[in-house]
Design a binder for this molecule. Structure first.
Ligand code: HEM
Length: 127
């Protein structure tokens, strides 16, 4: 999946990942999805709470970006023969739900730009 987004033919989408190292992104995604799909909490052991909205704060997670991200996830899943159809549907539902949760977070961030957070911190919010 990471290889797909870093090689996307759409420059606007590829550029969102331009400042992140592919090796780090692969490790982040691997550990997060192992944990989120019910495996050992690899991601949180290394990095703490996923805090996805806060950690995506630097990136323009627009509706269009979410659709492109979901397209790559779908393609990646379609290439794996040994995941049953029901699990693929469940994973796709989770991806879509979370992607649009991040789009909503991105829209809130844009609305609040210039307004100081009442807690006066720029740390990622645990969500
Ligand atoms: C909707 C469009 C999305 C875009 C454009 C996007 C973009 C990015 C980018 C540029 C990074 C930094 C790469 C890295 O260093 O790991 C990142 C990190 C990450 N993303 Fe996304 N993402 C999207 C959706 C999602 C969704 C839906 C999930 C979960 C289901 C997710 C999970 C993660 C995780 C776990 C990290 C690592 C965070 C960290 O440890 O700093 N992303 N994303």
């Amino acid at each position: 999946m990471e290889i797909r987004v870093y090689d996307d033919e759409e420059e606007w989408f590829r550029s969102i990942f331009a400042n992140s190292r592919k090796e780090d992104a692969i490790q982040n995604q691997y550990e997060f999805f192992v944990q989120r799909m019910g495996g050992p909490p690899l991601y949180s052991q290394r990095k703490g709470h996923p805090a996805l909205i806060g950690r995506h704060r630097p990136f323009p997670v627009t509706h269009q970006a979410a659709e492109r991200w979901l397209y790559h996830m779908q393609q990646a899943l379609d290439c794996i023969a040994d995941i049953d159809a029901d699990s693929k549907i469940k994973m796709n539902n989770f991806f879509r739900h979370t992607a649009f949760f991040l789009v909503a977070g991105n829209e809130l961030k844009n609305q609040n730009q210039g307004i100081a957070c009442k807690h006066g911190t720029s740390k990622p919010t645990a969500v």
